[in-house]
Design a protein around this ligand. Structure first.
Ligand SMILES: O=C(O)[C@H](O)[C@@H](O)[C@H](O)[C@H](O)COP(=O)(O)O
Length: 241
C-alpha cells in the first residue's frame, strides 16, 4: 500500500491526473471503474481542464464502481456528474463508456452490469479485471456503495449487488469485493477532515477496522494507492504520510 499526501484537494486532483496519464499510457485499452462523490468531481474537472490532451481517450474505457438507482438526468446520478465534469469536456468515443442504468430495476441492473463486465473486461484468475478502480471513502468508512450495515455484500459471489444507503434508503448498484480486489490497481481518492478518523483506523488497522468496507480493499496485486489531502491524513504519523 502506498500513501500519497498532498496539501489540498486541487493538488490531489493534479497529482492523481498525472498518475492516471502515466498508468494509462499503454497504447491499448485501459479499463477504469469510476467513483462518485465530491473528490472525483474535482479530479474530473482538473483532468478535463488541465490534462485532457495528455490522455489518449480512444484507449480509455469508463465504467462505474457504483451508481444511484435514479435516472441518468437526476442530480444524484454519478453518471450525470461524470458527463458534466469530464465526458462532455474530452474527446472520448461514445462506445467507450458504460454506465450503470440507474433507471432500471436494481436487481435486474446489477445482473446486467455484472454480465457486461464478464463480457467486456479482460480476465484475471477467471474474473473481470479492471486496470484501475478509483474509490472514495465515506465518513462512515463505506466505499463504492458497500456500507458498514451491509458489509456482507463485500463477499458476494456476484460481480455487482444492490445496496441501500443507510440514511436515505436510496438503492444503489455497486461493484463487490471480488471485482474491486481483482483490479490491477486500486486508487483511493480521499480528502477532507471528516475522513481523518477512519483513514487512521483503516490504515493503522486499529481495533474494529474490519467493520469498515474500505478496510477490505486489498487488490491481489497489492497495487493499492491512497491519494489523500493533508486534512484527511492529519491523524497519520509523519512516517506514514
Ligand atoms: O456514489 C458515491 O457517493 C460514491 O461512490 C461514494 O462511495 C463516495 O466515494 C464516498 O461517499 C465519498 O464521497 P466524497 O468524495 O464526496 O467524500
Amino acid at each position: 500500500m502506498e500513501l500519497k499526501v498532498y496539501q489540498n484537494k486541487v493538488k490531489v486532483a493534479e497529482e492523481f491526473s498525472k498518475y492516471l496519464i502515466q498508468k494509462s499510457d499503454t497504447q491499448k485499452a485501459f479499463h477504469i471503474a469510476l467513483s462518485g462523490g465530491s473528490t472525483p468531481k474535482i479530479v474530473f474537472d482538473v483532468l478535463a481542464e488541465q490534462f485532457s490532451t495528455d490522455v489518449d481517450w480512444k484507449n480509455i474505457h469508463l465504467y462505474w464502481g457504483d451508481e444511484r438507482c435514479v435516472a441518468p438526468t437526476d442530480d444524484e446520478s454519478n453518471y450525470k456528474m461524470t458527463v458534466e465534469h469530464l465526458i462532455s469536456k474530452v474527446d472520448i468515443p461514445e462506445e467507450n463508456f458504460h454506465r450503470i442504468k440507474g433507471e432500471n430495476d436494481p436487481k435486474e441492473e446489477a445482473k446486467r452490469y455484472g454480465e457486461l463486465l464478464d463480457k467486456e473486461l479482460p480476465k484475471a484468475l477467471g474474473l473481470p479485471q479492471f486496470d484501475l478502480v478509483i474509490l472514495g471513502m465515506g465518513d462512515d468508512g463505506h466505499t463504492a456503495s458497500i456500507f458498514p450495515h451491509e458489509i456482507n455484500l463485500w463477499v458476494s459471489p456476484d460481480n455487482c449487488e444492490v445496496a441501500i444507503h443507510p440514511e436515505s434508503g436510496q438503492r444503489r448498484v455497486s461493484l463487490t469485493g471480488r471485482i474491486i480486489n481483482n483490479a490491477k490497481t486500486v486508487a483511493f481518492l480521499v480528502t477532507g477532515e471528516s475522513k481523518a478518523e477512519k483513514v487512521k483506523i483503516i490504515i493503522d488497522r486499529e481495533e474494529g477496522y474490519l467493520e469498515y468496507p474500505a478496510s477490505h480493499v486489498a487488490p491481489k496485486t497489492k497495487d493499492l494507492v491512497w491519494f489523500l489531502d493533508a486534512a484527511a491524513a492529519k491523524l497519520l504519523t509523519s512516517s506514514q504520510s
